[in-house]
Design a protein around this ligand. Sequence first.
Ligand code: NAP
Length: 314
Amino acid sequence: MSEQLVIIGSGPAGHTAAIYTARANLQPFMFEGFSAGGIPGGQLMTTTEVENYPGFPKGVDGQTLMAAFREQSVRFGTRIVTEDAIRADLSKRPFVIASANQEVTAHALIIATGATARRLQLPGEKTLWNRGISACAVCDGALPLFRNKPLVVVGGGDSACEEAGFLTKFASKVYLVHRRDQLRASKIMQERVLKNPKIEVVWNTVLVDVLGSDAVSAVRLKDVKTNRQRDLPCGGLFYAIGFDPNTAIFRGQLKFDGDGYIVTEPGTTRTSVDGVFACGDVQDKHYRQAITAAGSGCMAALDAERWLADHGVH
Ligand code: NAP
């Protein structure tokens, strides 16, 4: 028998979709993921304090928040498997979604697979990851490891500027290393960076390696105009070079925008395939907040519920 509804992904978008559809008696079946998009629960699982999720005036730990989301999904009957969906066939209905251990068919599908922060894949990155390299300054910047040291942020977008500014609270100095001679960030973010006496922008420069034995001690930089290399001592390296939406299993089956995000019809969560809905960061490169992901998860649930009713699947 086919599932009425399968949800892939277990961040705020996936679980909100699950809570709503479970309460509508659709008995959703969720692939919460295992390692494909990081760890189950999404990006909040690697965040410490969440202070901007409404309802928590004193803030809430990211993992605590996601455990509560999950508990609420299960309470209303969501069935969850801790596996990555590794294959999807959206060419006909019911759709087929498979993990390494099972294959399910679904009349409707909600994709909530999120996005993953990009890394540079530097030679020293593997050994020094979590020993001074992070893809989230806001999550990790306050750790003792980074206090009162020079820190490096890579990137030239709004994230890089925001993170550089944030890190000046803890660092002795912040170097913003950018590969071009112009920032991509919005004017206001650029101004904040350029006016901040604790931030130095290192223009036209790329990283070729990160150095250190137990912890990051320096980055090796290359000036792209002169090709000259130099080592810049620092106690931490933060990537802010964008995100990749987690869409590998849907390639060629849905409409994507130029950056690889799933295209949804404005004001809805409908994708280019009838019966497939997308919510959260996999279709949102602009807001990318837990609350907006949760909001779009609710939209996907209501869209899917209506779609199933219209197609006589109860
Ligand atoms: P982004 O705008 O795509 O910027 C990524 C930056 O990383 C770019 O400057 C890019 O350089 C650089 N980069 C990419 N790959 C690189 C590589 N391999 N090596 C070196 N540099 C590399 O990403 P984002 O800053 O995360 O922002 C994403 C979206 O969220 C944007 O729409 C942004 O406006 C929004 N956002 C808004 C706020 C805010 O308003 N407070 C905060 C954060 C994010 P190039 O410039 O040369 O391409």
